[in-house]
Design a protein around this ligand. Structure first.
Ligand code: ZN
Length: 131
């Protein structure tokens, strides 16, 4: 059985053939439950997906405590969102923090020096993400 680390996106091939218990992701170390591969397809609108991701991001920003749980909920939500966004780079960000980052970029073009201030955590840019 192949597994996917939902936090860092590492695919673990033939995980059932690995001897012993996997104490966490071999790449990022998260203790979160990995997803079983293969991926599935579902029909959903981008806006429905945005609602789910933004609500998950909001909950994760309030409940996140990786020091005690070993799971970084925000990183997991952002990582899943980035993998979904990579499938449709022409559509808007799925997270509120991603949308605020986009707004900051647009404002910076029209109003040099302008910034967007917020009290929500802002996701880091993923590798090979929007530019
Ligand atoms: Zn991982």
């Amino acid at each position: 059985m192949d597994l996917l680390c939902v936090e860092c996106g590492m695919e673990i091939k033939d995980a059932d053939k690995i001897e012993g218990y996997l104490p966490g992701c071999p790449s990022c170390g998260t203790k979160g439950v990995p997803a079983a591969l293969p991926r599935i397809s579902v029909e959903i609108t981008w806006q429905e997906l945005r609602v789910l991701i933004i609500w998950a991001e909001s909950h994760a920003s309030r409940a996140n405590n990786p020091a005690t749980s070993g799971i970084d909920m925000l990183k997991t939500v952002w990582s899943i969102a980035h993998r979904l966004e990579a499938q449709h780079r022409d559509l808007p960000p799925l997270t509120l923090s991603g949308e605020l980052k986009e707004l900051g970029r647009v404002l910076a073009d029209d109003f040099p020096g302008a910034t967007v201030e917020t009290d929500i955590p802002i996701e880091p840019d993923p590798p090979e993400h929007r530019s």
